[in-house]
Write a new protein. Structure first.
Length: 256
């Protein structure tokens, strides 16, 4: 994978045309083409996307306080004046980047419905979250830094947008639980587990690479992790449908 392909987000609209292509297969083709080409807004839109992409990298390495607009402009290959034309302050730019990361993650679950297949819905969600960690590692690290710092700039989004999202999607989980299709785990904690496991491959890449001693992190880790993490979470959440084989423990299998 090229360095540019791993540079996190350009903007929620354009870069989705690359990675979210597989995550949002239900999107109309013309909508995906608009995202992929960035035709809307012309040069101004493309410059804005370059700034957001550069800012994601700088903020993820330096944090909000350590990042400088000059460095973001330099990484974007644009004059500082252009950055301040589209984003009046560093705080405005930071907020846009963080909000787009959050929106990207929330879109990954898609439209789950009560009468859908719980196991397949979670399998797809976990795969998508791992794909986001794989293709947008700097965005994941940036979000983690913001949260560890106490979410000074996006606290309202967490207690508003994110809380509402968890409540809405969690109501589907509760219905699945009532129907015996999912283990009775508080939906919020189910999401925390999924987020923690999938995002750790981006946030703690240095640790994982040191422990595993892999040479090609992107290929050797993610391809294995995707299969194993999906299976672990599906089993841990007690997901099953009428076509699934019963989940039995290793001890039970040995007795059989």
């Amino acid at each position: 994978m090229t360095d540019e392909a791993k540079l996190t987000i350009r903007s929620i609209g354009v870069q989705n045309g690359v990675v979210m292509e597989t995550l949002r297969e239900h999107s109309p083709l013309d909508q995906r083409e608009t995202r992929a080409t960035g035709s809307v807004g012309g040069i101004g839109e493309r410059q804005r996307e370059r700034i957001i992409r550069a800012a994601t990298g700088v903020f993820s390495r330096k944090g909000y306080d350590g990042a400088r607009v000059d460095e973001i402009a330099r990484e974007a290959g644009l004059p500082k004046g252009n950055v301040l034309y589209y984003f009046k302050t560093k705080k405005d730019l930071y907020r846009v980047v963080i909000e787009q990361v959050l929106e990207l993650w929330l879109e990954a679950l898609g439209d789950i419905v009560v009468d859908g297949n719980p196991e397949e819905a979670i399998r797809q969600y976990v795969r998508r979250k791992l794909s986001l960690s794989r293709h947008y590692p700097e965005a994941s690290r940036l979000f983690a830094m913001e949260i560890i710092s106490g979410a000074p700039l996006i606290g309202a989004h967490l207690s508003g947008q994110l809380r509402s999202w968890v409540k809405e999607k969690g109501s589907v989980f509760r219905r699945w639980q009532q129907e015996g299709q999912m283990a009775k785990i508080d939906p919020a904690h189910a999401f925390f587990m999924i987020w923690a496991v999938t995002q750790t491959y981006a946030d703690f890449e240095t640790q994982i690479q040191a422990v595993t001693a892999v040479e090609d992190y992107d290929t050797e880790i993610y391809e294995t992790a995707t299969t194993e993490v999906v299976e672990a979470l599906v089993r841990g959440l007690g997901l099953k449908n009428e076509f699934s084989e019963p989940l039995i423990s290793h001890e039970g299998a040995a007795r059989a």
